[in-house]
Write a protein that binds this ligand. Structure first.
Ligand SMILES: Nc1nc2c(ncn2[C@@H]2O[C@H](COP(=O)(O)OP(=O)(O)OP(=O)(O)O)[C@@H](O)[C@H]2O)c(=O)[nH]1
Length: 234
């Protein structure tokens, strides 16, 4: 038993966190954020647990991590990459976003993008690299958010294992909640490494999907204007 397990009554820390989530009746799918259930300092300790399990995977892959100087630190690096980098949108709380009142009562189409996004598919943990465009039709009493915050919120949502269809829906839900606009459109176009690096090994295909809410659903000219501006070449 590790010291960590001894401190947790014989259970690994991941099980302690899992029990807290289950007790609260919440989900912990790959694309769910679980930051509310991780106490200060626990992420460092969880990283040590993940490192030990990745070391076991390397051993089962029959990689000599003792003599091979390139893989001696791989378990540590990969654990850090998952928890602190590519999947950190699961473990870190949402970025703080200042909301401003719409004092000028703006109610015209606004588009932000392309925002470069990086995610991973939940099936193979292969990278998904792409671009996102966001269209907002504010209400006169909507909140406005700073421009950089669109990219920060995107990053928080994308840094999780998921499928693209759910990623855009999550992003739309978050923006809807923050801004309460009259209309919201999110379009994502991405390359899936599970299709190019492995599997079918198709190099060219991209997936494009969109979520249209409110005025973007009801108002065809507004939707056309958004899509036309989005496809304009720089
Ligand atoms: N709809 C959707 N599918 C995705 C996404 N990312 C990966 N996939 C696909 O999800 C499937 C993964 O499940 P399986 O079909 O069981 O995987 P597999 O047997 O390894 O399939 P191949 O990739 O065809 O070798 C693959 O077809 C992937 O291309 C995504 O964002 N959205």
């Amino acid at each position: 038993m590790t010291t960590e397990e001894a401190d947790n009554g014989g259970r690994p820390l991941s099980q302690v966190i899992r029990a807290r989530i289950q007790q609260a009746g919440r989900r912990f799918h790959a694309n769910d954020n679980i930051a509310d259930f991780i106490e200060p300092g626990e992420l460092d300790r969880l990283q040590i647990e993940v490192e030990a399990k990745l070391q076991a995977v390397l051993e089962s892959l029959v990689i000599d991590t003792v003599s091979d100087h390139n893989t001696q630190e791989t378990a540590r690096r990969v654990a850090k990459m998952y928890l602190r980098e590519v999947f950190r949108g699961r473990y870190e709380p949402a970025p703080s976003v200042t909301e401003f009142p719409n004092v000028e009562r703006l109610n015209q189409l606004m588009i932000v993008g392309p925002i470069t996004v990086r995610s991973a598919c939940s099936h193979h943990f292969c990278p998904i690299i792409g671009r996102v465009w966001i269209g907002v039709l504010p209400k006169e009493d909507s909140n406005l958010i700073g421009l950089s915050k669109y990219a920060r919120l995107c990053e928080w949502i994308m840094n999780r294992p998921q499928i693209q269809e759910e990623a855009v829906t999550r992003l739309a839900d978050l923006l809807q909640d923050k801004m309460q606009p009259d209309g919201l459109a999110v379009v994502m176009e991405a390359e899936h490494f599970c299709m190019s690096w492995r599997g079918v090994r198709d190099m060219e295909s991209r997936m494009t999907n969109s979520v249209m809410r409110g005025a973007f659903l009801d108002d065809a000219p507004l939707r056309r204007e958004f899509l036309a501006l989005l496809h304009r070449k720089p």
